[in-house]
Design a protein around this ligand. Sequence first.
Ligand code: NAD
Ligand code: UDX
Length: 480
Amino acid sequence: MVKICCIGAGYVGGPTMAVIALKCPAIEVAVVDISVSRITAWNSDQLPIYEPGLEDVVKQCRGKNLFFSTDVEKHVSEADIIFVSVNTPTKTRGLGAGKAADLTYWESAARMIADVAKSDKIVVEKSTVPVKTAEAIERILTHNSKGINYQILSNPEFLAEGTAIEDLFSPDRVLIGGRETPEGQKAIQALKSVYAHWVPEERIICTNLWSAELSKLAANAFLAQRISSVNAMSALCEATGADVAQVAHAVGKDTRIGPKFLNASVGFGGSCFQKDILNLVYICECNGLTEVANYWKQVIKVNDYQKNRFVNRVVSSMFNTVSGKKIAILGFAFKKDTGDTRETPAIDVCKGLLGDKARLSIYDPQVTEDQIKRDLSMNKFDWDHPVHLQPASPLSVKELSVVWDAYEAAKDAHGLCILTEWEEFKNLNYQKLYDNMQKPAFVFDGRNVVDVKKLREIGFIVYSIGKPLDPWLKDMPAVA
Ligand code: NAD
Ligand code: UDX
């Protein structure tokens, strides 16, 4: 029986291994982590992450051929294939701080593999890493090799949160990069045969190591670029009376461009886009490619601009001051169908409004009060270090309350900001919300989920990203 071990039981390691276990009953899969609380949660009825369909998959395999454990060394030493899916955050200090990937967690995992391995191993880079990481990992692993052979493969993950199980069941492609030696090709075939249990052969792409590592950074950069492109257009739409949804529809109909991933928003978030583009920028700079670095940097600048623009729009619409005013925040997660808040645009928007002395009442169906307060008190880039290393008691923010109901959040509020596109926000009783708010009552829709016409009929003053401006807002100071 082939044994697989995955180091890192996070958003990628957990769901990916659960699907491998489900699709390959003859393979024994162990997912290990240094975080005791995470492993305890994986072994309980309350999984550590919210992901549609995940619970069902885990329940089918857990205890049969899927195990979650903190006994990292035992499972690593027994495995034939070791996936490493630890976090690779942006460095917060030292050389490359604010851009380069921090490989501390990866290096410690590699050193541990080298320490405990007693037989040959295929080591798979599942985490997103800088190009050429495999070379560094190879050196760490073979430093004290004790005659053990290691083959390093790059097998980046393309799942998106909220649709992880769907994406894993039916991936657009699986990418496997390896050495162009006979041993490297043999290792590629071994991993390919795992995915071949459910992924059609033509969707499994095999490349050299560096192409696989770079393709992951490139894919995220291209995706994020689409959002910054449409968000840049949203600003121009507001200035000219065009409607960004109509523009995106017309542009996306061109089959060379395509309709997906063109929704204007308050900005992209999530644990990957910003981190991976910064990583790409750093790699370009290290290779003396300043113009290329600046090109990709602009994707992040536009994203920051979009978040600032939203805050400025809220403040300027409400007579240039939100001081002491209650504002309801609907949605805190970085997208719908996840409880993940890493790099969510809600953090910057809330911080901006708190900076202007607003009082915030926040509601998100999947994010806890503790998490929201932790996020709003954390420094930039600190979020992606293991949860157990983060401050135990988040700072309390006086002007902030977290509630478990949209109506409670909006009660007596002057304005309502929609920051995540949860389905339930489309179907709220807006008349009821309006009746219980201060007047004039404002809605700032950062995800284009509300029916603007209907809300204006109720009496709301509505701002929706990239849509023709409410006559009220046209008279307010320009927003840059
Ligand atoms: P995560 O923070 O949810 O999980 C990482 C886990 O690794 C944590 O539980 C941490 O405790 C554990 N860990 C760290 N060092 C360890 C060690 N030495 N031994 C054992 N466990 C250790 O992160 P994630 O979102 O799952 O991302 C993991 C990697 O996958 C990152 O490189 C990320 O860029 C990449 N990725 C993420 C996504 C996504 O949507 N989240 C998608 C594709 C790729
Ligand atoms: C992303 C990539 O899609 C995935 O392939 C990779 O493996 C990890 O990073 P994820 O961050 O989980 O996945 O979610 P994604 O659906 O890409 O959304 C990222 C952000 O972009 C979210 O904040 C989302 O709301 C925003 N977004 C997405 C838009 O603003 N408009 C869009 O049209 C699409």
